[in-house]
Ligand binder design. Structure first.
Ligand SMILES: *Cc1c(COP(=O)(O)O)cnc(C)c1O
Ligand SMILES: [Zn+2]
Length: 399
């Protein structure tokens, strides 16, 4: 164990050994890895930290991995951070996009999968199982293939077929459940109890991997901190992980400011936003999600508590956007910035546009979480002209 000291429940405080195969606390709370930050600091000073380009494994001292030579990696992360060209002008803000679509399987899930599958191998697993709305399954399928282990992915009925194809494409077995994402989760967790299968998903090790979004942003700003970070929230793991990355950079003395975290959910699934609005301590689960943002349709968010408390601690806020606002933001990202995002990936930008007054005068990073090629387009496509294969037809196009 490099510098991870223990796993600690974020709700009741109970502690576990850092290498225990434990997915939740006994109280059902999510577990958090705690490190020896003095040791982390020493390791940073020894590494060629400032000169190395920003990418996922550059920040290895913040991960619970023993032997870096055994890392299962596709060189994930290192995604671009673009200063907005045009959306910046319409919202009159200094806006940046962190484009996670350029990860190996098209979403930020690869960051978590690299840590999670590396850890699964280290702990002796030869098969894994996860519940997924699609992207996590696609990512875990690829990393499992690379690691040479088998993988079963439980997906809800409504999962887009392109995502299922991507999971199957890397050899995992797909099990379609007549139910929603919360049902898939319950099934995989029961499979873990009954058959002792190794669970992957929004559990402690994945959350550690997803911190690299935050590390890279600070690194790409030459160790400066933006005022706001806007994330789409499904299970809330990304939001929680990014907040943790900033707290850790502060603990080791690399930054002395913190951003405000903003979490956006879809109108058709907003258990974390409800908790924020009604002053609850935990997300308020819903029965069935209805949104085109399929990657964030999590009825009972695994990391909702962590995301909610990240938002509260940072002084940020949580809000919702409608499907129409999401589709409009998806189009705007493509047309104005050249960034093709799936609907879930455009949710943060929809929030940026809808609540722009709240960010006045600030530097804002919107996380574009997933690639547009992840699913078929929603609604009507603009009409495409068909012409005969004839030079004279060109007159129609260039009148
Ligand atoms: C997983 C995912 C999210 C949501 O992340 P959480 O960690 O579940 O909150 C958002 N967008 C895309 C594209 C995703 O794949
Ligand atoms: Zn607990």
């Amino acid at each position: 164990m490099v510098s991870a000291k223990k796993l600690k429940c974020s709700q009741c405080g109970k502690e576990y050994l850092p290498d225990m195969i434990t997915f939740h606390c006994e109280c059902d709370g999510s577990l958090d890895l705690i490190y020896d930050y003095k040791k982390v600091r020493k390791l940073i000073l020894m590494a060629d930290f400032i000169r190395e380009r920003p990418w996922h494994w550059k920040y290895w001292m913040f991960y619970p991995v023993d032997d870096l030579t055994q890392a299962v990696s596709f060189e994930e992360g290192g995604t671009p951070l673009f200063l907005s060209k045009r959306i910046r002008k319409t919202v009159d803000l200094e806006v940046f996009f962190k484009y996670e679509g350029s990860n190996p399987t098209g979403s930020f899930k690869d960051r978590g999968s690299s840590i999670e599958i590396t850890k699964a191998i280290e702990l002796g697993a030869n098969s894994v199982c996860c519940a997924s709305t699609g992207n996590m399954g696609a990512s875990v399928s690829a990393y499992s293939a690379k690691a040479g282990i088998t993988c079963k992915v439980f997906v809800p009925e409504v999962t887009p077929s392109l995502k299922i194809a991507q999971i199957l494409g890397c050899g995992a077995e797909v099990i379609r459940v007549e139910g929603n994402y919360a049902d898939c989760l319950r099934l995989t967790e029961e499979a873990n109890r009954r058959y002792d299968v190794y669970l992957v998903g929004d559990y402690p090790y994945r959350s550690e991997g997803q911190k690299s979004v935050g590390f890279e942003i600070v690194d790409q700003f030459y160790w400066n901190v933006p005022d706001y970070i806007i994330c789409p929230m499904g299970n809330g793991t990304l939001t929680r992980a990014i907040w943790k990355s900033f707290l850790e950079l502060q603990k080791v003395g690399l930054i002395n400011e913190l951003p405000k975290m903003v979490g956006i959910q879809a109108e058709g699934c907003h258990p974390i936003v409800d908790a924020f609005k009604y002053d609850y301590d935990k997300p308020i689960p819903i029965k069935k999600a209805h949104t085109i943002a399929d990657a964030i349709a999590c009825e009972d968010p695994v990391d909702g508590y962590g995301a909610l408390h990240a938002i509260l601690e940072s002084g940020g806020f949580a809000e919702t956007v409608t499907d129409n606002e999401i589709i409009a933001a998806q189009k705007l990202l493509g047309h104005s910035e050249g960034l093709y995002a799936e609907p879930s990936g455009a949710v943060s930008t929809a929030g940026l546009i809808k609540y722009k007054e709240k960010f006045e005068g600030k530097k804002v990073v919107s996380i574009v979480t997933g690639h547009g090629l992840k699913r078929a387009p929603v609604g009507d496509m603009p009409e495409v002209m068909t012409i005969k294969n004839d030079f004279d037809e060109l007159d129609k196009i260039f009148p």
